[in-house]
Ligand binder design. Structure first.
Ligand code: AMP
Ligand code: MG
Length: 487
């Protein structure tokens, strides 16, 4: 099978990785193949969906032209620094140029032990692999930058976690796998030439307009800050909780990466934490913008020697950039929140209007996703469904009056406004109870529920008369949701 690899990481960044191969496994079998993405990557989806394709996508067989490798990186995990993490259970199979001329990594997660495995077994199991597949597709359909799954492949192995589980590999596509932690790996070793080399590589790949600029490292930092501010604002608009925003799980490209104990909120509550290990709520829903800024400060630190020969001046420059994050984030968030409530321009007082809404939603135990769909109905004068969500509707009733007054300042018909709101407020998100049911069925050998869920999530804004139940909140007996760092 032919892959038109063009492996810039292997070629340009000698010393930033270890050449490595995936394990041979007993019985590779493709469970899910993303045919649309394969076509985007100029791959033959039918040819991939075969025994040969499975052997390649599981990492057991390297196709012609592959220079497979495990990448080095470090990272702050829950605030503590680990100088060496790296691809402990993954390899980069190679880079492909997609139909639009964009370079994309094809990376295999769960392909076996590497020199970076530390105590781990190098493997992945089916449930988390399918969760990452689902979540990535859902985010992509929501218009939020993300890595995406090309395939989920079972290996025929038994992998031991809390119990025996089916082994699997996720073939993942990313704009790149450069992370904040990649920069940290070299900076922590005092290897500033390597940091410069990495920054130039990252600029060539993600910010080619900056090539040759004298202040390109500063501009690069600014570009990463902008991408991450926009990304996290996107998460906050749809209620996504990443769950492990360690610096090794934060990309330079601005794509969401490494879906582990992630989940979407049901009720609106900024303190929401799903991960069973996040006891202090470091990565709680409402804390994600702060953490993004903290992580970006760690990136800025690695770039200090590149920003100015005078260290004090360099620190000042870096600090100033990091201090821009809250404003950049607030702008992205306000733009998104304005669209959610059906206003397109900006007027003084809009931020207050939005803040008043979120204050009114707090403590009401109401479904975040449905609220905005029902608000679109309220834009056409139908308040019943909306008010029905509230335990106490006093505050929201007052807010609706102010909102309606604000809407009169824009000459848009009620129907057009409703449609515009429904185009940014999803009806279908990967609700926790649906994800759990789909993964449980798949682990028992029934792929129908996950296939249906994927179909629904791929058109999140359009009401699907066959699948009304996918828009409903979890049944009460589903209880509080906990996720585990699925490895
Ligand atoms: P993650 O929490 O998946 O983002 O991974 C954090 C670090 O742990 C990375 O360096 C991974 O490669 C490594 N890791 C996670 N699971 C395993 C495993 N089963 N075997 C080896 N390394 C692992
Ligand atoms: Mg990770």
């Amino acid at each position: 099978m032919k892959f038109a690899f063009d492996n810039s990481y292997a070629r340009d960044l000698d010393g930033f990785y270890v050449q490595w191969k995936g394990d041979t496994v007993p019985e590779p079998r493709i469970l899910l193949l993303n045919a649309e993405l394969a076509t985007e990557l100029q791959l033959d989806a039918d040819a991939l969906d075969s025994d040969d394709g499975a052997a390649i996508l599981v990492g057991a067989q390297a196709p012609e032209g592959a220079e497979t490798l495990a990448m080095a990186y470090a990272g702050h995990q829950f605030g503590g620094f680990s100088p060496q993490l790296g691809d402990g259970r993954a390899i980069l199979l190679g880079e492909l140029i997609d139909r639009r001329g964009k370079r994309r990594d094809l990376h295999l997660k769960g392909s076996g032990r590497t020199p970076f495995s530390r105590g781990g077994d190098g493997k992945a199991v089916l449930g988390p692999v399918l969760r990452e597949f689902l979540m990535g597709e859902a985010m992509h359909a929501l218009g939020i930058p993300t890595t995406r799954a090309l395939a989920a492949v079972t290996t025929g192995e038994t992998v031991y976690r809390d119990t025996a589980k089916p082994g699997a590999v996720l073939a993942r596509i990313a704009a790149s796998h450069l992370r904040v932690g990649t920069f940290q790996f070299f900076a922590a070793r005092g290897e500033h030439d390597q940091v410069r080399q990495l920054a130039d590589y990252a600029i060539a790949r993600h910010d080619p307009d900056l090539i040759g600029n004298d202040d390109r490292y500063l501009q690069f930092l600014r570009a990463v800050i902008r991408r991450q501010a926009d990304l996290v604002a996107g998460w906050m608009q749809v209620g996504f909780v990443h769950g492990v925003m360690n610096t090794d799980n934060m990309t330079i490209s601005g794509e969401t990466i490494d879906y582990g104990p992630c989940a979407f909120i049901d009720d609106y509550d900024p303190a929401t934490v799903f991960s069973s290990i996040d006891h202090a709520g470091r990565y709680a829903f409402g804390n994600q913008p702060n953490i993004a800024q903290w992580n970006l400060a760690r990136l800025a630190e690695t770039l200090i020697p590149l920003l100015d020969p005078d260290q004090d001046k360099a620190i000042e420059i870096a600090t100033r950039e990091i201090q821009q994050f809250p404003e950049r984030y607030a702008k992205a968030w306000t733009d998104g929140a304005s669209a959610k409530i059906g206003i397109s321009g900006t007027q003084p007082g809009d931020r207050d209007l939005i803040n008043a809404l979120y204050a009114a939603l707090s403590g009401q135990h109401l479904d975040f996703t449905l609220f905005f769909r029902h608000l679109a109905d309220a834009a056409t004068g139908d308040d019943d469904a909306l008010l029905g969500l509230f335990d106490d509707a006093t505050e929201i009733t007052a807010w609706l009056a102010t909102w309606r007054h604000r809407l009169t300042h824009e000459a848009v018909s009620a129907e057009d406004r409703r449609d515009a709101m429904n185009a940014v407020n999803p009806l279908y998100i990967p609700r926790n109870h649906l994800v759990e049911a789909a993964l449980t069925a798949a682990e028992a050998g029934d792929m129908t529920p996950i296939a249906t869920l994927l179909d629904v999530l791929r058109a999140p804004f359009t009401e699907n008369p066959d699948h009304k139940e996918y828009a409903r909140p979890a049944p009460r007996d589903f209880g509080p949701y906990k996720t585990f760092c699925g490895t």
